[in-house]
Structure formats: structure tokens, C-alpha cells
Design a protein around this ligand. Structure first.
Ligand SMILES: Nc1ncnc2c1ncn2[C@@H]1O[C@H](COP(=O)(O)OP(=O)(O)OP(=O)(O)O)[C@@H](O)[C@H]1O
Ligand SMILES: [Mg+2]
Length: 805
């Protein structure tokens, strides 16, 4: 993760050093020279980072140490620049809001001068540190490589087609199914059908392909059989040479032109029914694949190409039949394989505790033959039962790290740098954790991991693409969908989690016991698992932990009562937090010192029922993107300051039962994509509360919106409802309209008429509606898949909602 992050952060620093915001500040303290120098140094270093990283991979200790030093200065520089842009946001806010006296004092001339001097000094220190690192760079003679270029070569042993049949355990069914597909003519339009087998590393794809390749039926069926290990780099010429060599059974003359090779190849395969296995294909560029495919299409009808690959994407671009997604071995088959390797003569010893421990160990192998075999072999060397027990308790992890992770790491190396850091970040979750897609995307956004290629793109959409890409490439699995077909959660395979932890290294720490505190200076992201109070893990001396960017609270929380003192400790010692998760901690008060967290992007306060209000100082959190208040039933009103959070994109306030109105001015937050609940002001609400018209311009809203507490008002009814302008909210999927109970009134018809949503709406829920009929616009909702009506006691007429055939 470190290296991927470095490259990306360096790019971000260079970008923000050229930003408009910074230019304004530069004028103020005249540090132009310092900043220019800084930009030059960062650019030079960034250009060699990719090369440096490759040298690190071969365990060059000096390079490792150099990169470590660099990492921390680069992080500091990033924090500093983020501080500047926040300063600009605050200054903008002040200009917008001339009345904010406190803020004005804060930015008074003398204060600005102090700020400028302090920052000038800080930037100089960082520049000097970077210069020193840059000086050392020269002794490594790194090559310059300013942009990331695709795939790096992997070092994989060539595979071959031979496997003794007795060695393959538990794949008979897979074999039969695939052979049936290969030998059948149905569903294959072209002469040459292509069937990919896909699955994670070590699952046994190659083994299965060998098993099939050597089958007697297969042998008889095809006139020509060829096995090519593609692995390292996908070079069409190399592949052609290899195929030709197999076809003519001697090495072709490789000095000849490509044309001659191709001619030779076609001569050998034209009119023959052949089987070609391309083992271990990584190339995801469809053009390159097409180049090769064209050359292979000359075979007789019934020819087949069997591909093995880890990448579902490769499977998708190459397949004409299939693809076949290989699964892990079930418990029984896993045990068979394990038995064979771990016990003498492959037989379970009688009356031995080893069987029970062994079964426990096999359970942890997730049906992956590579893992079962590796571990089985090691255990076969351990004689006593006690050694097996100790292995189960202590060494399992180490073995995974040494023997298994390196195989999987090949898949990780293939990822583009932006996905590397997103993936590695997921090691902040415990194993088997159900990751919520929307939450994860927000975390990535908060860390600045999402790159936009143009201004029209939306961070959340690109985040969604990253997520799906990782799912697609099998880094994530077990995706779950909601009833509208949106992927909402997924998990990580046990080994993928190990891999993520191994690449994230010390940058990410999970605190699972009260004994540890956030103290490692290298750590940037921390999750606190289960019932640990923050007072145990937040260090009292602030210097150590001050650079943490993420503090997440995960897992089950029971009877935990977090005090506002520990909140204050967080706010004053963890000033660089981008993400702070305080959900479900029974807080009763959020201290106003929260405004110290000026870098904060994502604040989760959900499920703290005792909180009555939020401090107004929250308006100073100008970077805030996401505010989660779901289930904070005690909150009666949102702070007015919330309307100044111009960057706010997600306000989760579902389950805030106590809310009596929305603040006036909420409608200015036009970046809002999530507003779970809009509360129509009750009689007890202050006079200047926000009316439904606040929704008018919030046309970026997505997902779900509930409008709560509707009632008929004598004055301006229709106007008010129309003012909500639901028709222009094209991204909204679910709309809930809830009238106040006991307010049954036929005027509601006029109201509902005014709530016409955009035809993209998929779900509509209506509660306690007092009208007799529903409006005709219901018929225009052509994408609606769910309509529910609750407590609508007067309702008599519904239009025919299902089209007749
Ligand atoms: N069904 C099986 N029975 C016995 N051993 C197996 C079986 N499947 C796989 N193995 C063993 O597990 C190891 C990994 O298998 P294999 O190389 O086929 O995996 P793969 O899916 O091709 O992995 P990669 O993605 O790295 O290419 C090998 O040592 C292989 O012998
Ligand atoms: Mg393989």
C-alpha cells in the first residue's frame, strides 16, 4: 500500500501546489519560492517512485529505508497542504457569512499574519526534509518513469500438461462437466469455442486443466493437443512460437518474420480439430487478445481453447462458452486432500487427537488446495499431537504469510495503483466483516483515494466502479444485493484479507484489546474492535498519535459509555483525522471542540440516542462530506451551522425520530446526495424553520428520501408541495411520504398531486394518507417496482398499475 499511496499522494501534492486556492494563500505570505522548490522536488521524486518500488521488491534494504523516510515526509506535506485548502474554505465561509463574529476574529489581520508565519515555517521544514531525501536519491540511480504503465512482468514457473491422475482429489465432477462442454457442439457457433476457467490463486485451475487435458476421451476426440503456459507476459509472437513448436514438435526458426510464423501456424492448425490450453492468462486488454484469437480461428469445427485465469475480466473478454467459475473443495474433499499429504500412507491414524486438530486446521483453509497441501506437508513433518496444536494456534498465520500470500500478491501487483490503496485500506476491517459498499466508498473518498479523470465525473460513481472492479477481480466476494438489484455489501476472502494486511503493513492497525494504545508513529489508520472505550486507546500525550487519519469503531458494542472527556482527547490529539467513527458509543454530548478536526471528511455519530443536539461549531468542519446521525433519536433539531457545510454530500438522518423541523438554508447544500429524512416543521417548530421548498434545489439527491410529518395546511399547500420539486430528482430510487397520524384530510389529495416524482423512481411508500384517490402521475412512474400504502384509511380508488397484455 505504501508505494501505491506514495505515488498517488505525490501526484496530489503536485496538483494542489498548483491549485487556485493555494495561489491565494501564497500571495499572503510570499512564500512563492519555497512552494516552487517543493513542487520541483516532489515531481522529481515522484518520477522515480515506480522504479524505486521495484527495487524495494527485491529487498534492497537501503531503498526500503529511503522509501520509509520519504513516506512520512510526504504524508506531512499532504497534511499541511490539506490544512491550507481548509483555511481557504474557512476564509470563503467568512466572506459568505459576514455576521460570523467569532470567525472574523479568528481571521483578523494579526491572526492571519501569525498563521502565515507559522505555515511559512512549516513548509520550509518540510521542504528541507524532502531535499535531504532527494539528495540521497541520487545514489540509487533510479530510472525515471513518470506514469504508471500497465502490467509488470511476473516471475512464474512455466506449467506443463502432465499430472498423475491419482494426485488430483475431488475434481471429478468439475472435470466431467467441462469435458461435456468441450466435446459438445451445442451452443457453439464458431468452429473454435473458447472456455475459460476462472478462480483465485491456488484453487487448482491448472491442475484441473491438466486433468482434463490427459483424459482418454479428450485424447481420442481431438486430432491435435497443445499446452501453452502464457503466464509472464502476453506477447502474441511468443505465444504463436510456443504453439507452433508444439504443433511441429520442434523449435521453430525464431529469426523469421511474424508473417512466416503465422503462415506456419495456420498450416498446422487449418482443418484440424485441436485442443489448445492457454494456462495462466493475465492479459486484460481485449485488443491484444483479439490479435491472437484471429490467428487461432482456422481450426476445424469442434476445436476448443481452454483458458485458465485468475481474472474474471479475462474470462469475460475471452469466452465464447462459459466461463467456468471454479469453486473451492468442500469440507469432505478438503479433508481427503489433507489426509493424503499430512498422514503416513494417506490414512487417518486411529485414536489420535491429530484428526480433530487437523480438521480444525483444514476448516481454516477455505477449500483452497494450494493452502491445504502446503499446510498438510508441513504438518506431516511434525510428529506429536502437541506440535499440531501449537501449529494451529500459533504458526498458521506465519505460514500463510510466507507461503501463500506471495502467490496471491501476484494478483495484487497487477492492480492499478488507485485500486491497490483502496484494497489495502480494507484490511482495517476484521476478518469476515461485511463491508457496506456506500460506507466503504465514503471512506475511500475521505482518504482521497478516488481519482477523477474529468470534472463531470462524480466521486461516488467512480468509487462504485472501483468497488465493482475489486469484486470483479475476486478481491471481494459474496456480494449481496438489495431488492432493487444494487450491490450493497460484500466480504473479503480470508486470504485476500491476509494479503491486504500484508501490503498495508504498519500503516493500518486494528486494536482488539485494551492493552494497546494508538502509539505507533507509522500508523495512519486505526480501527478499534468491539467493546473498547476510546479512553483506553487514545494516548494522553498528543504528539505520538497526532497523525492518525482514520479512527473507526467496529464490531459489537455492549454497555459502552464513552465520556465527552475521551471525545475531547480525540479532538485535541488526533487533529489530522479524515474519518471519525463514534457510532453506538452512548455519547450524551458532542463537545464543541470538535471543530479542531479541520481535516475531517467523514463523521459517524449514528446510534447515539442520548445526544440532544450537535454543537454549532460543526460549521467549521468545512471539509465534511459525510455526516451520519442515523438512529440519534434524541436530536430535536439540527444545528443551524450545518447549512454552512457547503461540501456536505451525505447526511444520514434516518431514525432521528426526535427531529421536529429542518433548518432554514438547508436547500443551499446543493451537493447533497443523501438526505435520508426531511421533516416537515411541526407547530412547535421555530418560525424561521425550513419549509419543503428547501428541497427545491437539492436535485443531486440519490437513493432514499423520506418526507416525514406531512399535514395539510390551509395556507399555501399546493405551492409548498410543488416547491419540493421531486420531479427533478432523477437519481432518487426510493421515496417515502408520511403524513402525521390522525391527520386524515382530503386536502391531502392536492398535496400528493404536488409531489410528482421523476419517472426513474423505483419504490414508493405512502403512510397515513388521507385522500380518497391517488394522483394520476402514479401511472407515469414506469420504472416503479414497489408500491406500498399503509394506514391510508380513506383510499378507495387505485389506477390499474399493471399493464394488460
Ligand atoms: N484437486 C486437487 N488435488 C490435489 N492437489 C491439487 C488439486 N488442485 C490443486 N492442487 C495443488 O494445489 C496447488 C495449486 O494448484 P494450481 O497450480 O492448479 O492452482 P491454480 O488455480 O492454477 O493457481 P494459479 O492461479 O496460481 O495459477 C498445486 O500444488 C496443485 O498440485
Ligand atoms: Mg495456474
Amino acid at each position: 500500500m505504501a508505494e501505491a499511496i506514495l505515488f498517488d499522494i505525490a501526484a496530489r501534492i503536485i496538483e494542489s501546489l498548483g491549485s487556485q486556492a493555494l495561489k491565494e494563500i501564497r500571495l499572503l505570505w510570499g512564500a512563492r519560492d519555497e512552494l516552487d522548490k517543493l513542487k520541483d522536488t516532489v515531481s522529481t521524486i515522484k518520477n522515480v517512485l515506480l522504479d524505486a518500488e521495484e527495487q524495494r521488491a527485491v529487498n534492497n534494504n537501503q531503498v526500503i529505508e529511503w522509501l520509509e523516510r520519504l513516506k512520512y515526509v510526504v504524508y506531512d506535506a499532504d497534511d499541511l497542504l490539506d490544512g491550507f485548502s481548509t483555511e481557504c474554505l474557512l476564509r470563503d465561509m467568512m466572506t459568505r457569512d459576514k455576521m460570523a463574529k467569532k470567525v472574523r476574529i479568528f481571521f483578523s489581520k494579526s491572526n492571519r499574519l501569525v498563521y502565515d508565519l507559522k505555515m511559512g515555517h512549516k513548509i520550509k521544514t518540510i521542504r528541507q526534509k524532502l531535499d535531504a531525501i532527494d539528495n540521497d536519491r541520487t545514489k540509487f540511480h533510479f530510472k525515471e518513469r513518470p506514469v504508471e504503465i500497465g502490467v509488470r512482468a511476473r516471475n512464474r514457473d512455466d506449467t506443463h500438461s502432465f499430472v498423475p491422475e491419482a494426485e488430483v482429489i475431488g475434481r471429478e465432477d468439475d472435470k466431467k462437466e467441462i469435458i461435456d462442454i468441450l466435446l459438445s457442439d451445442s451452443n457453439v457457433k464458431e468452429n473454435v469455442g473458447i472456455l475459460p476457467i476462472a478462480g483465485i490463486g491456488g484453487l487448482g485451475k491448472t491442475t484441473l486443466a491438466q486433468f482434463i487435458f490427459n483424459d482418454l476421451k479428450v485424447d481420442k476426440h481431438f486430432q491435435l493437443k497443445m499446452w501453452v503456459c502464457v503466464s509472464n507476459t502476453f506477447d502474441v509472437r511468443k505465444v504463436v512460437e510456443k504453439i507452433l513448436e508444439l504443433a511441429i514438435k520442434q523449435k521453430p526458426d525464431i529469426t523469421v518474420q511474424m508473417d512466416t510464423l503465422v503462415h506456419g501456424l495456420r498450416k498446422e492448425i487449418v482443418g484440424k480439430k485441436y485442443l489448445l490450453v492457454l494456462d495462466d492468462v493475465w492479459n486484460e486488454e481485449s485488443e491484444k487478445w483479439d490479435d491472437l484469437k484471429i490467428l487461432l480461428m482456422g481450426g476445424a469445427s469442434g476445436s476448443r481453447i481452454l483458458i485458465t485465469t485468475r481474472s474474471p475480466k479475462v474470462a469475460q473478454i475471452t469466452q465464447t462458452i462459459g466461463p467456468y467459475f471454479l469453486q473451492g473443495l468442500d469440507s469432505q474433499k478438503s479433508w481427503c486432500l489433507f489426509k493424503k499429504v499430512a498422514f503416513e500412507n494417506g490414512e487417518e491414524p486411529v485414536n489420535s487427537g491429530k484428526v480433530e486438530v487437523g480438521m480444525e486446521i483444514v476448516e481454516k483453509c477455505s477449500g483452497v488446495p494450494l493452502v491445504i497441501k502446503t499446510i498438510g506437508r508441513l504438518l506431516s513433518l511434525e510428529n506429536s499431537e502437541a506440535e499440531w496444536v501449537s501449529f494451529n494456534n500459533n504458526k498458521m498465520q506465519k505460514i500463510k504469510e510466507d507461503k501463500i500470500i506471495p502467490t496471491l500478491k501476484l494478483s495484487y501487483d497487477q492492480l492499478p495503483s488507485h485500486l491497490k490503496q483502496c484494497f489495502a485500506y480494507c484490511s482495517i476491517f476484521p476478518k469476515d466483516y461485511v463491508m457496506k459498499k456506500s460506507k466503504l466508498i465514503n471512506l475511500w473518498i475521505a482518504q482521497g483515494f478516488i481519482k477523477l479523470s474529468n470534472q463531470n465525473e462524480c466521486l461516488e460513481d467512480v468509487g462504485h466502479e472501483y468497488f465493482m472492479d475489486l469484486l470483479w477481480r475476486s478481491f471481494f466476494q459474496e456480494a449481496e444485493m438489495d431488492d432493487l438489484g444494487n450491490v450493497i455489501t460484500s466480504k473479503m476472502h480470508d486470504f485476500m484479507h491476509d494479503l491486504a494486511m500484508s501490503v498495508a503493513g504498519s500503516l493500518i492497525t486494528k486494536l482488539e484489546s485494551k492493552e494497546k494504545i494508538i502509539g505507533d508513529q507509522k500508523t495512519r489508520h486505526v480501527s478499534v474492535i468491539n467493546n473498547i472505550e476510546f479512553s483506553f486507546v487514545i494516548p494522553t500525550s498528543s504528539s505520538k498519535a497526532s497523525r492518525i487519519r482514520t479512527l473507526l469503531s467496529l464490531g459489537e458494542l455492549k454497555d459502552l459509555q464513552e465520556s465527552s472527556t475521551s471525545c475531547e482527547a480525540i479532538f485535541s490529539s488526533l487533529k489530522y483525522l479524515r474519518v471519525l467513527d463514534l457510532h453506538g458509543r452512548q455519547l450524551d454530548l458532542v463537545p464543541s471542540s470538535i471543530c479542531k478536526l479541520k481535516h475531517l471528511r467523514d463523521l459517524d455519530l449514528s446510534r447515539n440516542q442520548k445526544i440532544k443536539k450537535l454543537p454549532d461549531s460543526i460549521s467549521r468542519l468545512q471539509n465534511l462530506y459525510t455526516l451520519r446521525l442515523s438512529g440519534c433519536g434524541g436530536i430535536k433539531e439540527l444545528p443551524r451551522g450545518i447549512t454552512k457545510l457547503v461540501n456536505l454530500r451525505h447526511l444520514y438522518n434516518d431514525g432521528c425520530w426526535g427531529l421536529t423541523y429542518m433548518p432554514r438554508g438547508l436547500g443551499q447544500l446543493t451537493n447533497l446526495q443523501t438526505l435520508s429524512k426531511f421533516v416537515v416543521d411541526s407547530d412547535s417548530a421555530p418560525k424561521d424553520s425550513g419549509r419543503l421548498g428547501e428541497l427545491n434545489r437539492l436535485n443531486s439527491l440519490r437513493g432514499e428520501l423520506e418526507i416525514w410529518g406531512l399535514r395539510s395546511r390551509e395556507e399555501d399547500v399546493a405551492l409548498d408541495y410543488k416547491g419540493a420539486n421531486l420531479k427533478e430528482k432523477e437519481h432518487l430510487q426510493v421515496l417515502t411520504l408520511r403524513w402525521r397520524r390522525g391527520n386524515v384530510n382530503t386536502d391531502d389529495e392536492m398535496a400528493l398531486e404536488g409531489f410528482e416524482p421523476h419517472p426513474n423512481l423505483k419504490k414508493l411508500k405512502i403512510y397515513e394518507y388521507g385522500g380518497v384517490r391517488v394522483p394520476m402521475w402514479l401511472l407515469s412512474l414506469t420504472n416503479l417496482v414497489h408500491l406500498s400504502l399503509h394506514g391510508c384509511s380513506k383510499l378507495k380508488y387505485l389506477p390499474p398499475l399493471v399493464e394488460e397484455e
